[in-house]
Design a protein. Structure first.
Length: 225
């Protein structure tokens, strides 16, 4: 499967390595020894692995995340979404993204999270969550711009990351109840933002008020030279 950073000849190598690493990462973590063993089992030359994964397991985790994003989109495109509310769409995307990981890979995913928390990957997990969130919003045909564009992605990335953390604990029922509650909170917040924008349209402009206090009614702030 092609990812958003896809190069077919390199993806073919990554795709061979991923299931072999996943099989051992559950017990041994995402280490270079595990990657080397997977490469040997796949009949790959070390040079091929280095070409496809310059940062080793870190790059393979990034590939896995992109791979799962694409599975999420396939599930999304197979749904009849005409009658779906925005909250239902968000729940569907977050849930299908987590389920793409696979029950059998839960421990490997936990180990991947631990690997990405090391100092050499500072900010990498956040970037991956952001990329997934952006993929979700683009799937929902989000047209927001400026601050709204960033706030929506930041909030949904936080929902995804927190739901993923609950899923790692091994209780699916608890996970989806948590997800539904978090999305509900987000929708309430978005509704509040809309009301605030509408009501603030008639609020007095504080800059104009301060200008009048300083320069008097009918006089504007002097222009800068």
């Amino acid at each position: 499967m092609k990812t958003t950073e896809s190069q077919p000849h390199l993806d073919a190598i990554r795709e061979k390595l991923l299931p072999l690493v996943l099989k051992n990462a559950e017990f041994d973590g995402w280490t270079e020894a595990v990657l080397a063993r997977a490469g040997n089992d796949a009949g790959l030359h070390p040079g091929q692995i280095e070409l496809a994964l310059p940062r080793g397991c870190v790059d393979l985790i990034r590939y896995w995340a992109g791979y799962n994003d694409q599975i999420m989109i396939q599930v999304w495109e197979a749904q009849d979404r005409k009658a779906m509310r925005i909250r239902d769409k968000a729940v569907l995307l977050v849930r299908s993204r987590i389920e793409a990981i696979g029950e059998e890979n839960r421990e490997a995913a936990s180990r991947a999270l631990a690997r990405m928390a090391l100092p050499d990957c500072l900010g990498e997990s956040i970037a991956l969550s952001w990329r997934t969130s952006d993929t979700m919003w683009r799937a929902m045909n989000d047209q927001s711009m400026d601050f709204n564009y960033y706030s929506k992605r930041t909030i949904l990335a936080a929902v995804f990351a927190s739901t993923f953390a609950v899923w790692l604990q091994g209780d699916d029922d608890k996970t989806w109840v948590f997800l539904d509650r978090r999305i509900g909170n987000v929708m309430q917040f978005e509704g509040w933002k809309v009301k605030m924008r509408k009501s603030s349209a008639n609020w007095p402009n504080p800059e104009k008020m301060l200008s009048r206090l300083r320069y008097g009614r009918g006089r504007s702030r002097p222009r800068r030279m």
